[in-house]
Design a protein around this ligand. Structure first.
Ligand code: C2E
Ligand code: CA
Ligand code: CA
Length: 580
């Protein structure tokens, strides 16, 4: 059967125009390996050749006189058939993929071509259909498409795919106002390995590198091989350039281990250059060439490291990452004796009586390299990296340990200690178990502690947060909203929260005497808080004037440098004993 777009059906060919006698044409039809079916003008089957019988599993007797519809597997829509008939009417020809069903019920795909054979007067005489094999050609087509966009050695997207995907990602970044990082990765000393151990070893090494690169990034990030030992990674929608630094250092770690290839241990450390959209470029070629320059700096800086295109980023990333690593190490080796962390306490004073009624536990980190690191710095890093979980747990345990020491060794009683809880801790049910465990372990009552949650935390993911706060409250633990006034909580919402205290943010107290606005907010907050039955605590009280002002407004508890800065445990004990 002809495969041209103008098939000429054998049996319908007027004999005079063919050089072959009709008998030869009949034999060709009978013996063709291509399955062929002929229907009449009403689309009833008049003939099928043996190849078609072998394909479908039916005998001619099963089929002749029936509509070919009986073969359909039911996968195609009415629209599909409408299109087919439209083409047959308009062009006397149709071709396309169909799924038919064999007599034994198995469906099979075929490339179907149907030609219309007309009588001399133009009316339809027959439809001739041939069913060619589809699998081979479809696989070949798929394979070709795959090869065009993939590197056959590593199966990673190739340069062509990378360029088109980067262009696409940049369009999205421009539209959504997002940042993107492009990393160019070049293996150190790869040429050496290739030259001395041979290409087959080099190839295996590249394949292993490709696998490890894939493991170092999210599945949504693009990893591609540009050629040779050059790879790229595109991180779309990064929240900060420093996340690119984190991924780069992860890649560095992943590639640092040796590779076992043909019983040899090989090393393929990377030099990584990073450019950022939009600061280092807004189009693919600028970003790539800037990443390339950064990569050469990395080579120049002794290989096996990463460099940003912008020197300022390098400083920030270096400092930030060193601190993150130090924090990670310090947390991993946390132990009461040789610990870089400690808890300081700041007293809380009852306004009316001047008595110390509570303490706030504040975390301190002293690092051999960085010295005393302010919490504003390292708590943020701990939150970004998830390290706040183990660190926050430690704060709870250590604070409980110190409370029990105060009670047992110094007879200090009736002092409630407030512990700061971060948003991430509050999202985990295990916070409850942990707090319960620490209280039980040190034989404390729920009244010995209080938990402080910032206003923004309390407002964030209210459903889960609320349920955990409810359970903590049910245990008898007092809850306070920290930094109140900095967020956007509605008091109506606060009514549904199981809280007992509001801590008025320091920023309002700071200007309370000079700024009429701040004074008004303080006064209104205190009044509204009281109307909801809440206790009001003012933080950051530094001057007697602020104290008097807050006392006049009826603020219940005061905390600030006026009374004491946060102090280590021993000083806290001395402070409390002196005021007993
Ligand atoms: P915060 O919870 O609002 O803690 C009060 C901060 O104000 C403390 O800073 C304290 O030293 C400071 N402060 C107290 N009185 C005064 C004052 O009169 N004047 C001034 N200028 N400052 C005063 P610190 O200790 O540096 O802590 C900063 C923040 O770090 C805390 O703010 C809290 O958000 C966070 N933090 C500290 N320890 C922990 C902890 O164990 N866990 C968590 N999740 N966060 C903590
Ligand atoms: Ca606090
Ligand atoms: Ca606060």
């Amino acid at each position: 059967m002809p495969r041209s777009t103008k098939p000429v059906p054998a049996s319908a060919q007027p004999a005079g125009e063919s050089r072959l006698p009709p008998e030869a044409l009949r034999r060709a039809y009978e013996q063709s390996l291509e399955p062929i079916m002929i229907t009449d003008r009403d689309n009833r089957i008049v003939s099928v050749n043996p190849a078609f019988c072998r394909l479908s599993g039916y005998t001619p007797a099963d089929l002749v006189g029936h509509n070919p519809r009986m073969l359909a597997s039911g996968r195609a829509s009415p629209e599909f058939y409408a299109g087919m008939w439209q083409a047959l009417n308009d062009k006397d020809f149709w071709e396309g993929e169909i799924w038919d069903q064999r007599q034994d019920g198995i469906s099979y795909p075929r490339w179907l071509k149907i030609a219309v054979v007309r009588n001399p007067d133009g009316s339809v005489a027959n439809y001739v259909a041939n069913f060619s094999d589809i699998n081979a050609s479809k696989e070949v087509a798929d394979r070709l498409a795959y090869l065009a966009y993939h590197d056959p050695l590593t199966n990673l997207p190739n340069r062509l795919a990378f360029e088109s995907q980067l262009a696409q990602s940049l369009r999205i970044c421009a539209r959504e106002n997002e940042q993107l990082a492009l990393m160019l990765i070049d293996l150190d000393n790869f040429k050496n390995i290739n030259d001395t151990l041979g290409h087959p070893v080099g190839d295996k090494l590249l394949q292993n590198v490709a696998v490890r690169l894939g493991e170092a990034v999210r599945s949504s990030d693009l990893v591609a091989r540009l050629g040779g030992d050059e790879f790229v990674v595109v991180l779309a929608d990064i929240d900060s350039p420093l996340s690119a630094a984190r991924v780069a250092s992860k890649i560095q770690q992943q590639l640092a281990d040796s590779y076992r290839i043909d019983d040899q241990a090989l090393y393929a450390t990377p030099s990584i250059g990073i450019s950022l959209y939009p600061v280092d470029g807004t189009d693919p070629s600028t970003l790539l060439s800037n990443a390339d320059r950064a990569m050469y700096h990395a080579k120049g800086a002794g290989r096996n490291n990463y460099q940003f295109y912008s020197p300022r980023m390098n400083e920030a990333a270096g400092e930030r990452l060193r601190m993150e690593n130090e924090l990670r190490r310090a947390i991993a080796s946390i132990a009461p004796a040789s610990c870089e962390f400690s808890i300081h306490f700041q007293p809380q004073i009852e306004t009316a009586s001047g008595r110390t009624v509570g303490l706030e536990a504040l975390l301190r980190w002293h690092n051999p390299t960085f010295g005393q690191v302010p919490p504003s710095r390292f708590i943020a890093i701990a939150e970004e990296t998830g390290l706040i979980q183990p660190l926050g747990d430690w704060v709870v345990w250590e604070t409980c340990r110190l409370i029990s020491l105060m009670k047992e060794e110094h007879g200090i009683a009736n002092i409630r200690v407030a512990i700061n809880i971060s948003a991430q801790q509050l999202r985990h049910e295990n916070l409850l178990q942990m707090v319960r465990g620490a209280l039980a372990c040190y034989e404390l009552s729920p009244y010995d502690i209080e938990l402080e949650v910032t206003e923004s935390t309390a407002m964030h993911s209210p459903e889960t947060t609320l349920s955990i706060l409810d359970q903590l409250s049910a245990m008898g633990i007092k809850l306070a909203i920290d930094d109140f006034g900095t967020g956007y909580s509605s008091l109506a919402y606060l009514k549904h929260m199981p809280i007992q205290r509001l801590k008025l943010d320091r920023s309002f107290v700071l200007d309370i005497e000079s700024d009429a606005n701040d004074a008004a907010i303080c006064s209104a907050t205190i009044a509204l808080g009281h109307s909801l039955g809440l206790e009001l605590v003012a933080e950051g009280v530094e001057t007697p004037a602020q104290r008097d002002f807050l006392a006049d407004l009826g603020c219940d508890v005061l905390q600030g440098y006026l009374y004491s800065k946060p102090m280590p445990y021993e000083d806290t004990v001395a402070y409390l004993q002196a005021r007993r």
